[in-house]
Design a protein around this ligand. Structure first.
Ligand SMILES: [Zn+2]
Length: 307
């Protein structure tokens, strides 16, 4: 990373529902990490799956963030408006011979894999990795393919800013992954890597549940000639029963919370739960920015502490 460039952080929600406290913790840490270094902060709406992410929900998401006092330095980016850009980079990967069409059906993919490991996706069998031009042309008549990225069979290591060293073998642990779905939708990894690079994002704060997908992002960044940003993966936020917070927990979304809590109470509760402040009390973003440091942020799963 170049020494003088300002730190640029971002929050990139998928507006397929109302933001919940787990999303907000991620936003809070991304914001505090960037702002505490005097850096910039950006907002990107990951609404590639347009039917699942209607404008009404992205508007609501922005309203929720403003309610809590978050601000950002540029107009929010909407992934749904950027498919031409993703297409261009996909062509670049195609020209490098790094992608191939995959005609496997969901049933074929499921039949070919061993039982899944937790959050991780199954490793693709490479059934379509060596199809000839003729075979591709033949199959294309009846089925539109997904596009997969070829990954190298080598160990891939990086240093996470919060979790320390991470290493995986892309071919063995991840496999050739989809960068455009068969319905034409661009894959998450490709869109995210392009958007972060073109927006000058230099640090990424995100949930530990997607830590395993980071090596493929770094591989993609290097392949496309982008400078990899710093990564900070954060622990998951759990409810009082030790269950991971998710969109299904309607009582913990902002509609419910804002009925009986002020923005400062919500921020203070999250900051205390994560270890940023020593007691559970209302706190403003300015105050939290002044006291924030990564060493205080917990490394194990975070239990939400109600005031
Ligand atoms: Zn296939």
């Amino acid at each position: 990373m170049s020494g003088s460039a300002p730190v640029t952080g971002r929050f990139a929600p998928t507006p397929s529902g109302r933001l919940h406290l787990g999303n907000l913790l991620c936003c809070l840490l991304a914001y505090l990490s960037a702002r505490s270094k005097g850096g910039r902060f950006l907002l990107r709406i990951e609404d590639l799956d347009v039917p699942r992410c209607p404008k009404r929900l992205s508007d609501q998401c922005i309203e929720d963030l403003r309610f809590l006092g978050f601000d950002w330095d540029e107009a929010p980016l909407y992934q749904s408006e950027r498919t031409e850009i993703y297409r261009r980079y996909l062509e670049e990967l195609r020209a490098l011979g790094l992608v191939y069409p995959c005609f496997c059906t969901r049933a074929q993919l499921h039949a070919a894999i061993a039982p899944n490991l937790g959050d991780r996706e199954p490793v693709y069998s490479r059934a379509c990795a060596a199809l000839t031009e003729e075979e591709i042309a033949l199959r294309q008549r009846t089925r539109s393919p997904a596009i997969r990225m070829r990954v190298p069979d080598e160990a891939f290591a990086f240093e996470d800013g919060h979790f320390g060293p991470v290493c995986e073998n892309l071919a063995r642990d991840c496999g050739d992954y989809i960068i455009r779905r068969s319905d034409g939708l661009f894959g998450y990894q490709l869109a995210v890597v392009i958007d972060d690079a073109l927006s000058g994002v230099s640090e990424i704060v995100r949930g530990r549940d997607i830590l395993f997908s980071t090596p493929r992002q770094i591989h993609l960044q290097k392949t496309l000639g982008f400078e990899p940003p710093a990564y900070y993966h954060i622990p998951l936020l759990m409810d009082s029963q030790g269950r991971r917070l998710a969109k299904r927990d309607k009582d913990l979304d902002l509609t419910a919370l804002s009925r009986h809590m002020t923005p400062e109470q919500i921020l203070g509760m999250l900051a205390f739960s994560a270890g940023i402040i020593p007691e559970n009390r209302p706190a403003s973003l300015d105050e939290l920015t002044r006291v924030f440091c990564w060493e205080n942020v917990k490394r194990e799963d975070i239990l939400l502490a109600y005031p």
